[in-house]
Every structure is written in C-alpha cells, then in structure tokens.
Design a protein around this ligand. Sequence first.
Ligand code: PLP
Length: 349
Amino acid sequence: MHEGTTLPPSAPPTAASGGVMNGGDAEAPREGERSALGSPHGNIASRIGNTPLLRLRRVCSSLPRGVELWAKAEFLNPGGSVKDRTALSIVETGIREGRFGQGKVLLDASSGNTGIAYAFLGAMWGFPVEIVLPRNVSPERLRRLQAYGARLTFSDRLEGTDGAQLLARRLAEDHPDLYWYPDQYNHPANPLAHYRTTGPEIWRDSCGLVTHFVAGIGTGGTITGVGRFLKDQNPSVEIVGVEPASAMHGIEGLKHLATALRPGVFDERVVDVRLSVETEAAQVMTRRLAREEGLFVGTSSGAAVEAAIQHARELERGVVVTLLPDGGDRYTGEKYWEDPNEGRGGGAP
Ligand SMILES: Cc1ncc(COP(=O)(O)O)c(C=O)c1O
C-alpha cells in the first residue's frame, strides 16, 4: 500500500515490497533487492489505495451554495472495491504472524468483495484461498472468484452474510490444521487499514477541510477506521453511518445492524449520526450516478450518496465526503439499470 503499512526492510514480503510466497511459505525478498528495471519490483497490490476524491455536482445541484459533496472512488482499486484495503491489511498481518506456513488455507466469509481481494492476493503470492459466501452471490462476483482460482463454499442464501460467517467459523473450528480464519468482521487489521490509508488520503485530498464523512456499514471497518483518523485530526468532523432501512434489503455489502450479527470491529462510538436508506432510493441514486456523473458504481454507493445528500441538505456550509465502495460491473444483472423509456419510438437502432 503506501504510508503507514510500510514494514521495516527486514520484514516478510508485503504488497508494497512485492514479496513472493510459494506453497504457502513466505519468502522475504532480500534487503535492497532491485529488479532489472532498477526499482523494487512492482505488483498489482501496489496499486491498492490512493484512489481519487471526486467532486459530485449534478446529483447534488440543489444543495445550499456553501456545501460541497465529494466521493472517494474505491471501485478504482485493482480488485474493484474498498475491500482490497482490508484484505491486504489482513494478509500482511497474517504473513507477519507466520499464519501461512504448511500450505494453510486462508478461509473467510464474504458477500464477494473481500473474497475477490483475498483471491487475487492469493493468486499473486501463491497461498490457497477459500471463501464462504451466500449461494445467491451475483454471477459476476462468482466468475471473478473462479477466475482467480479461489475455492468456494456456499451458505444458505436466506441467511445472507451472517450465515456465511457462521459456516466459516464452524469450518475453521472443525479443521484448525487446515485453515487460517482471520474473520474480517472481528480482525483489528480491518479498521486499521482505513485508519492508516483511507482516512489519511481523505484528510490529505480535502486539504484538511472535510467537515462530514458519510459511509455505509458492512463490517464497519471503513467507518470505524476513517472516523477514528478524521476525529484524531479534528474532533469536530461529523461521522455519519448509513444502514439499509429494513432487514430484507437489496443493498449488497451493508448490514441492518438491529437484526444482524454484530461485527466486532464496528465501533459505534465513532458514529455521530445514523441514517437509513430504502433499497429503492439507493437504486435510483445508483442509476443517477451513472447517468448524471458518469460513475458506474454499486448499490451501496448509491445508498451512501443518497444519505450524504439527505444530510448535506440540512447544512449551511460544509465539505461532505462520502465513499463509493465498488463498481457497477458487479451488478449488471440488476433490473434497476433498465430504463423504462428505452426502446420507445420504434426508430432505427
Ligand atoms: C459493496 C460494499 N459496500 C460497502 C461495504 C461496507 O464496508 P465495511 O465492511 O468496511 O463496513 C462493503 C463491505 O463488504 C461492500 O462489499
């Protein structure tokens, strides 16, 4: 990654150092090692983080003059989501702690994005990855996981990510010699990734002017890590958490906390305001982001922007920052992309 996760030169391989792992055993690159191109060899994980902060204009044109809305484009991470940061941070911790010895399999539950990130890191560094995910995972996510060669285990679709989490826990307890189960919902490296990278990037790119941070809550890693960092810089920055309005919702990646398993990494003391968003409102905003801002993003991005606008409407002045967790390529089968007016008129194609 970049500042904050850089390990001392004697440490095991990291994404930043371009380390190599074979058969599950870490091989540290020699200190000062250089490639033929003259610099420490690069790899795809070195592109995780440092995503751009984009100004939104058209979807929020009705906001008061003194209020600006900015969005951090996490779909530009190499695995396509904010969860690249979490997975890299967890894998780096695992390497440091020697968790990958004897071909141990990294096992975790995911609704897809963290799984994709683990899977490409595993393919690159040569450690096996097994993801437990609800059976109704989108075909786009499934293909990508298969492309990286991850092993997949399915949990009951009706039990959502909670069911996947419980099944992963049981597998890890039953086969402790086979698996390393970091458990992204309870691993401190999850919020730490955001404390060390996402938060500082937002602070830097907003020139320290950010007044509000609005983000969806899944594991709670993003909002907890970013929230803690921003409040350490300026305690008056307001942190706004976004949840689906009901237990049965269609906002992939977010949890309805009142009815879901409580993620251990989520620190609710960091959150000043909690807003809920209906699935339909999130979908409408997701479509507007594509058509009015040129941003092809996932439904949880629509939820975050919808909530950010709701909150920003009440302000007189402010620099409101939100985060777009993943891209629309993972949701191409969703009906809400279809335009009800499309195909009318009968003209030539
Ligand atoms: C699409 C999407 N949005 C939002 C989130 C929430 O992020 P966090 O787990 O950091 O709370 C996730 C997490 O999996 C996600 O996949």
